[in-house]
Design a protein around this ligand. Structure first.
Ligand code: SAM
Length: 281
């Protein structure tokens, strides 16, 4: 008997009409649907008269469930993975399962569809040629600041998910680390009744959010435009600069630049200039 397939199925991020025809077809045909929260997903499935059996796969049982699900695939059963909303694996469980299933030699098939990050990028008017998906920042302020500092020099558009509980604190930290004038966007409640997309400086976005408490509710994607090079300035990856900073704790700056240059291939003098600029900033 042929092996079964694992289908990774995207579901709506708000508006139920965004489900794809293929998603409905696959969810009806598979033998089992693995879902993050079975009660939540039952409502979605009921809306489309999908009667397939559900089983739970979440962050805490994913490794164990992978063995069980591989067993079913070996018996020829087809399985779909869905998350509470959007594309599984994107700030959602599934990575360990997909990896285990692929390593066991079974097919993993994508049924693409909504994803809040891509939806936000497509409407905000910030550059989309290069973007870096960061997802959720740490909840604790010190760790969040450190995470943002590492991204400070990044030139690609940055994409974050944030909860309404922390949206103000996060924007305040972003304004401090990236500068209040850095251009950014808030994409809130996408595809839902109160969808709002606002592109402005971090400072203006904070004022806008603080003007009205209702604006602080809902689901948010925050986009931050990447750092722009001043004319003549060469952008160096933030991780490379961080390596110089760490090396500098143990040796003079010139030596630290030579060492990191050797490891990364970035020119020594460029590293030196950038490190000096950073410490004078
Ligand atoms: N897998 C999902 C996807 O493909 O976008 C993301 C899941 S993650 C657990 C949930 C976060 O995604 C929310 O906290 C919010 O930051 C973002 N999000 C989900 N739906 C959204 C929507 N309709 N509008 C804005 N952001 C949304």
């Amino acid at each position: 008997m042929a092996n079964g397939n694992l289908y990774i199925v995207a579901t709506p991020i708000g508006n139920l009409n965004d489900i794809t025809l293929r998603a409905i077809e696959v969810l009806k045909q598979v033998d089992l649907i693995a879902a993050e929260d079975t009660r939540h997903s039952r409502k979605l499935l009921d809306a489309f008269a999908i009667e397939t059996r559900l089983t739970s796969v979440h962050d805490h049982n994913e490794a164990d469930r992978a063995n069980y699900l591989c067993g079913l695939l070996a018996q020829g059963q087809d399985i779909a993975l869905i998350s509470d909303a959007g594309t599984p694996l994107i700030s959602d469980p599934g990575y360990r399962l997909v990896r285990a299933v692929r390593e066991a030699g079974f097919e993993v098939v994508t049924i693409p569809g909504p994803c809040a990050a891509v939806a936000a990028l497509s409407v905000a008017g910030l550059p989309t040629d290069r973007f870096l998906f960061v997802g959720f920042l740490p909840a604790k302020q010190q760790a969040r600041r450190t995470a943002l500092e590492i991204l400070q020099g990044e030139s690609a558009t940055l994409v974050f998910y944030e909860s309404p509980k922390r949206i103000i604190e996060t924007l305040q930290d972003m304004a401090q680390v990236f500068g209040a004038e850095r251009e950014a966007a808030i994409a809130k409640e996408l595809t839902k009744a109160f969808e709002t997309v606002k592109t402005a400086t971090l400072e203006a976005l904070l004022v806008w959010l603080q003007e009205d408490e209702h604006r602080q509710r809902g689901e948010f994607v925050v986009l931050v435009k990447g750092k722009e090079a001043l004319s003549g300035e060469i952008l160096i990856d933030a991780k490379v600069l961080r390596a110089v900073e760490l090396a500098r704790e143990h040796m003079p700056l010139k030596k630290a630049c030579a060492l990191v240059s050797e490891l990364t291939g970035v020119a020594k003098n460029q590293l030196y200039d950038a490190a000096l600029k950073q410490s004078n900033a």
